[in-house]
Design a protein. Structure first.
Length: 267
């Protein structure tokens, strides 16, 4: 159901006017929550791959922490809305006299990419800038959550002002969930069960939530039986268990590992 940027083209003049008016708010949010560490490493961008990934001149591939940009189309598949716009915006943001990298506590991902935060010559965080303009979704993957408060505040600016992908983004009801990958979803709690050290929360659709013992301490409150009937907004990378083959009867097809409070909000 991805649409090309052309099909979802915004009114760019109005878009940039609103972005300009929001600059003081973005700067204020960053000053409070997105301070660049003194030991940040000076780097040079060679090429932007997409809205959240780039290659440095030293050969490292960097996946930005805290933002998930819409996917570019590949192998005949159309780009998701704002994927091209996010790539162009990151290309513009890295054209700064000085670029600085701060590597995450978890330094690389399974693809060998460096996980890091980028800052410009004024000490502004580039992920926060992308989020504040609606060029991606805020994400939090422990242990790389140092700037999560900054990123949440930045995304809220774009969401409240209906900028970028928030012009048309809707929170998808679980009845429409048909594939794995990154999703923004809503559904009601239908059952809560503990199985050993793992908490399982079934929703009123083909999705179950998984909270492991390692991640449960991050939550001020976890779902229990009193949550049944509550509507939740959820985000993250959904796993399609049917693709594993031989899915057990009675199990929901889709699963979401909930590792940080950013992924779950009571509506």
């Amino acid at each position: 159901m991805a649409l090309s940027d052309r099909k979802k083209a915004p009114h760019w003049g109005a878009f940039f006017v609103v972005c300009f008016l929001l600059l003081p708010s973005v700067a204020q949010a960053q000053d409070a929550n997105c301070v660049m560490p003194a030991d940040a490493e000076a780097v040079v961008s060679q090429r932007v791959t997409d809205g959240d990934t780039l290659r440095l001149q030293d050969g490292r591939r960097v996946r930005l922490i805290g933002v998930n940009a819409p996917e570019l189309g590949r192998n005949g598949k159309a780009s998701e809305p704002y994927a091209q716009a996010a790539k162009r915006r990151l290309q513009a943001l890295v054209q700064t006299p000085h670029l600085y990298l701060v590597t995450g506590s978890e330094a690389t991902d399974r693809y060998g990419r460096t996980l890091g935060h980028l800052f410009n010559d004024k000490g502004r965080n580039l992920e926060a800038q992308l989020l504040a303009e609606g060029m991606g979704y805020a994400v939090a993957i422990p242990p790389n959550t140092t700037l999560v408060d900054c990123h949440i505040a930045a995304e809220k600016l774009a969401r409240d002002a209906h900028l970028g992908l928030w012009q048309s983004q809707r929170v998808t009801p679980l009845s429409e969930l048909g594939s794995g990958g990154f999703h923004l979803l809503r559904g009601k709690v239908s059952a809560v069960n503990n199985a050993g050290s793992t908490l399982w929360v079934d929703l009123d659709g083909p999705l179950t939530l998984r909270f492991t013992a390692a991640d449960r301490s991050a939550f001020a409150a976890l779902p229990d039986s009193s949550w049944v009937g509550e509507e939740l907004e959820l985000r993250g990378w959904v796993i399609d268990r049917q693709s594993w083959g031989g899915m057990r009867p009675g199990y929901r097809r889709f699963m979401l590992n909930v590792r940080h409070p950013l992924q779950m909000r009571r509506r």
